[in-house]
Design a protein around this ligand. Structure first.
Ligand SMILES: *[C@@H]1O[C@H](CO)[C@@H](O)[C@H](O)[C@H]1NC(C)=O
Ligand SMILES: *[C@@H]1O[C@H](CO)[C@@H](O)[C@H](O)[C@H]1NC(C)=O
Ligand SMILES: *[C@@H]1O[C@H](CO)[C@@H](O)[C@H](O)[C@H]1NC(C)=O
Length: 471
């Protein structure tokens, strides 16, 4: 039985035990809308013979250890499972990069989200690629665990981060009339409780253990119905990042055909000659406005600010005259600009703030690799040099609406890794980002015809590509 495997080990299922039945009667009903819901008959076959206990990960945390001696959970009571280490550290980091470069204000206060349609709409369709194998593995995991004898479609895929102050009370994921199509949920943790944020514990109303402390790479999957009523405790510090997927049995809610329509319009129609065709294009400015405590900030400004950068005008000496006096300064974020740090302004002109932000995030993602490459080239005889021209006092800092204190509180991570910033590394990072983006864009254009003909987004293996080659 090869259900799903961790990056290094075999299957790593950790079945959760059902809640002791005596306590069930003591629980108060959920306060959310789900409290008045009628019991829905569960339409799918219940999971059978969940998993041999022997398959439990040896790395299970102490909270799970007590289940070792227990029989597998009674199938159907609260069908859910925690899969440890399903995503590699590198996958988590790459998705984090995507979110920190592209995320927009979320559907609730103190939430930032990056949905796949948003990526496609902002010229970043190629950034869907890191999601593709992950979506496939998660769907396989859901199908295996819930023993699905029917088609399961992905209804929604998105990166969602919860910032200070975000929480949610008891609810089930299908508890609104317009959410009834949801059958299963998969939540993948991309960063670590304790290190990257505080709070944000997932708690189930019934079942044992009742709470899950997020660890990067772990995935929890559960039925979206009222057998898995849950809440998330308030995030008190930092940014809690997840990749969240909902699955449906109803083909009409499959997100792939809609995404493909979008992708074929946005990715095939753009003129490669006009500008580098992987340069992101910002959505409307209000989508980046994060409001909090009668104050707020533009997410793009805040993200670069907490990493020590600022946006500067693209033109030099006569900078004050280029600043529009009547226009909303936020509009400057859609125009060409430079990046500054302290007294330095980097020479390169970026197409817009999202372009600059994406490069900054890429630099932070790759910082250890960049530093290693610098050291290698310093030791080697053929020293590679990337000319960096830094101007002091060139390009005025843009007068953007950003409450820096608030930005620091919201995005200034508990665990901002101390990296020794070097403009040379940054310049190399710019070149690497261009390669990375170009590679992904090429892959997207290669895969898109396969996806369009299948009406689904999937990992196209090389044999299929070769077969198609002669045409
Ligand atoms: C910035 O946000 C803080 C809340 O974090 C608030 O107290 C302060 O008044 C805000 N400053 C401005 C200029 O809006
Ligand atoms: C980018 O790709 C080109 C061609 O593959 C390669 O020669 C170059 O070294 C790459 N640049 C970086 C910074 O990795
Ligand atoms: C794509 O569609 C073809 C033809 O319908 C089918 O043979 C193939 O299995 C599909 N591939 C995937 C990955 O769905």
């Amino acid at each position: 039985m090869t259900l799903c495997s961790g990056p290094n080990n075999g299957p790593r299922y950790c079945p959760l035990r059902p809640f002791p039945f005596l306590l069930l009667s003591l629980l108060t009903p959920p306060v959310s809308a789900s409290s008045n819901r009628q019991q829905q008959p569960w339409a799918s076959p219940p999971p059978q013979g969940v998993l041999p206990v022997g398959l439990r990960s040896p790395l299970a945390p102490p909270a799970m250890a007590s289940t070792t001696a227990s029989p597998p959970p009674a199938a159907g009571d609260h069908p859910r499972v925690l899969l440890r280490g399903l995503l590699s550290r590198e996958t988590c980091k790459e998705l984090e990069f995507v979110h920190r470069s592209c995320g927009a204000a979320g559907y609730r206060p103190s939430v930032v989200s990056t949905s796949l349609p948003h990526l496609a709409a902002t010229g970043c369709g190629h950034l869907l690629l890191p999601f593709v194998p992950v979506r496939e593995r998660l769907r396989d995991a859901v199908e295996s665990f819930f023993d699905c004898l029917f088609d399961v479609f992905i209804e929604f895929t998105g990166l969602i981060s919860w910032c200070k102050g975000a929480s949610i009370g008891w609810h089930s994921d299908d508890n609104k009339p317009y959410l009834r199509q949801r059958a299963f949920t998969a939540v993948c943790y991309l960063n670590n409780h304790g290190e990257d944020y505080k709070g944000g514990i997932l708690q189930f109303q019934d079942g044992d253990p009742s709470s899950i402390v997020p660890v990067a790479g772990d995935v929890v999957i559960y039925t979206a119905d009222n057998r898995n009523v849950h809440c998330v405790t308030e995030v008190t510090e930092g940014e809690r990042l997840t990749l969240t997927l909902w699955f449906t049995r109803d083909r009409a809610y499959n997100e792939d055909p809609k995404l493909l329509t979008f992708l074929s319009q946005t990715s095939l129609s753009c003129e490669p000659t006009k500008q580098k065709f992987y340069i992101p294009m910002p959505a409307s400015d209000n989508m980046y406005w994060f409001s909090c405590d009668q104050s707020g900030f533009d997410i793009r400004c805040a993200r670069v600010h907490v990493l020590g950068f600022s946006f500067h005008s693209s033109s030099g000496e006569y900078s004050t005259s280029v600043l529009p006096t009547e226009d909303d300064p936020v509009e400057l974020l859609g125009k060409q600009l430079r990046l500054g740090r302290g007294d330095d302004v980097f020479d390169k002109i970026f197409s817009n703030s999202l372009h600059a932000l994406q490069v900054v995030q890429f630099y932070y993602w790759k910082a250890p690799e960049l530093a290693a490459r610098r050291e290698q080239s310093a030791v080697g005889s053929r020293t590679v040099r990337y000319p960096v021209i830094i101007h002091h006092s060139r390009g005025t800092e843009l007068p953007l609406p950003c409450n820096h204190t608030l930005a620091q509180t919201i995005f200034g991570s508990v665990n901002t890794a101390e990296i020794a910033f070097k403009w040379n590394d940054f310049a190399l990072g710019v070149a690497m980002w261009e390669n990375y983006s170009e590679d992904l864009k090429k892959q997207l254009l290669t895969f898109l015809p396969f996806w369009l003909s299948n009406e689904s987004i999937f990992v196209v293996d090389s044999s299929e590509l070769q077969r198609a080659e002669p045409i």
